[in-house]
Design a protein around this ligand. Structure first.
Ligand SMILES: N[C@@H](CCC(=O)N[C@@H](CS)C(=O)NCC(=O)O)C(=O)O
Length: 202
């Protein structure tokens, strides 16, 4: 078993944090995104979408999509649960995970993909769309601050995959000036707590 990844990229970081929380070690193989190695024919055989991370199982099966990889490890290593504990809780965690992915991580990634030089000449870039993503992410942080007024973590009283996605999304926002504002005290308190967990350094 191994995971193809690129340490500086946000989606691989989500999976590394998830594994660290569960105390699982999986060998990592770097695929250089800066050199576009993920778009070369040999890697496209592993993941036709070209994205990282990808989990390679011992039987040769490849699992791409960060949440699918996390789901595999949640099933094989249920403790501590990071994707909910019963039917209702699992649905609530999934709701928040999807919100954090679509509304925050995809927005900070969209801002980066469209505004930074990293992808210049490699993907079609629309600067104005990057701005739209950036503003959407900032609006969502404003809202998330209110959500966190009455709960410790994003999906309720327990740390879950939703916290991982939100923290990774917000941290990646630094590349395009998306950050927690001075007056967003609840968000700042939560961000400090999740960043202090040893897994955040994974
Ligand atoms: N939906 C996928 C997204 C994968 C993805 O876009 N990964 C980024 C790194 S964070 C990537 O490989 N980008 C390079 C590219 O698209 O060429 C997931 O959840 O894992």
């Amino acid at each position: 078993m191994k995971i193809y990844e690129f340490t500086q990229a946000p989606n691989p970081r989500r999976v590394r944090i998830f594994l660290a929380e569960k105390g699982i070690t999986v060998p990592l193989e770097q695929i250089n995104l800066a050199a576009a190695d993920n778009r070369k024919p040999e890697f496209l055989k592993i993941n036709p979408m070209g994205g990282l991370p990808v989990l390679e199982l011992d039987d040769g099966i490849h699992i791409a999509e960060s949440v699918a990889i996390c789901r595999y490890f949640e099933e094989t290593h249920p403790k501590p649960p990071l994707m909910g504990i019963d039917a209702k809780d699992k649905a609530v965690v999934e709701m928040w995970q999807r919100r954090m992915e679509f509304e925050i991580l995809m927005m900070t990634a969209g801002a980066f993909r469209n505004m930074s030089d990293f992808f210049k000449g490699r993907i079609p870039q629309v600067k104005e769309y990057g701005e739209v993503c950036r503003n959407a992410a900032l609006k969502r942080l404003e809202w998330l601050d209110t959500v966190l007024a009455d709960r410790e973590f994003i999906a309720g009283p327990r740390y879950t995959i939703a916290d991982i996605t939100a923290m990774v999304g917000i941290d990646f926002g630094r590349t395009t000036g998306i950050k927690i504002l001075e007056n967003q005290k609840n968000l700042a308190r939560w961000h400090q707590a999740v960043s202090n967990r040893p897994s955040a350094k994974a």
